[in-house]
Design a protein around this ligand. Structure first.
Ligand SMILES: Nc1nc2c(ncn2[C@@H]2O[C@H](COP(=O)(O)OP(=O)(O)OP(=O)(O)O)[C@@H](O)[C@H]2O)c(=O)[nH]1
Ligand SMILES: [Mg+2]
Length: 237
């Protein structure tokens, strides 16, 4: 696994905390709530999945380094790069995980799915098979990332290589797939021409923030009455 860029990896739960006394209230905040409250940059992990050769590495490299390699090598395992950005007034460090799409590397990529905040399902508009495999990628992600509520997980679908003249998948077909499979946002990109690449990653951030703001709203809506045996507060979560 190779990786780099600015920023660190989201830390896990702190160990060794003493048990709270009855008078203490322990508030467990989701990282997005904590980041919002402290004004710190939020670290989001997004993962690129899709068939080998659809352009996942090229999209990541275009976005982070603004370079394109017309003779890129297949990825082996996973690689990641970080980029800081601001979306709708929120400062975010995007940790982009690029995976190997070839079947023979499945066991090398799947351990890295856990903890992803968003999944970018990628195909190439000049490769019909890569489009038909989107459902398999979605299932593989849900299984290995152990997504508890797939219906609310932020997926974004990318149709890459729109600079190519001969398409095998139309925009309408791709939009229809997205609508039927979870009403996912669909973006057409070209890593080669730098079309919609930044827009695609920003959309991923927006999708995550929308889900997390909902969660934040629910958590802040809860009140804890220490003197009552019954629970109170909203029950939107
Ligand atoms: N014309 C065109 N070619 C592209 C585009 N994106 C990637 N490519 C080319 O497609 C080939 C495969 O790109 P990669 O980025 O390596 O594909 P990948 O999805 O990372 O492939 P794996 O690592 O095997 O999973 C390379 O030759 C790229 O130069 C694009 O937007 N337009
Ligand atoms: Mg690659």
């Amino acid at each position: 696994m190779r990786g780099g860029g600015q920023g660190g990896v989201r830390s896990g739960a702190a160990g060794g905390c003493p048990s709270p006394s009855p008078a203490q209230v322990v508030l467990l905040l989701h990282p997005s709530c904590a980041a919002a409250m402290t004004g710190k940059s939020l670290l989001l992990k997004v993962i690129l999945l899709g068939d080998g050769g659809v352009g996942k590495s090229s999209l990541m490299n275009r976005y982070v380094t603004n370079k394109f390699d017309s003779q890129a090598f297949h990825t082996i395992g996973v690689e990641f790069l970080n980029r800081d950005l601001e979306v709708d007034g929120r400062f975010v460090t995007l940790q982009i995980w690029d995976t190997a799409g070839q079947e023979r590397f499945k066991s090398l990529r799947t351990p890295f799915y856990r903890g992803a905040d968003c999944c970018l399902l990628t195909f190439s508009v000049d490769d019909r098979q890569s489009f038909e495999n989107l459902g398999n990628w979605q299932k593989e992600f849900v299984y290995y990332a152990d997504v508890k509520d797939p219906g609310h997980f932020p997926f974004v679908v990318l149709g890459n290589k729109i600079d190519k003249l001969e398409r095998q998948v139309t925009t309408e077909e791709a939009q229809a797939w997205c609508l039927e499979n979870g009403n996912y946002p669909y973006l057409e990109t070209s890593a080669k021409d730098d079309t919609n690449v930044a827009v695609a990653f920003e959309e991923a951030v927006r999708q995550v923030l929308a889900v997390e703001e909902q969660l934040e709203h629910c958590m802040l809506g809860h009140t804890i009455d220490l003197h009552s045996s019954s629970k109170s507060g909203s029950s939107c979560c």
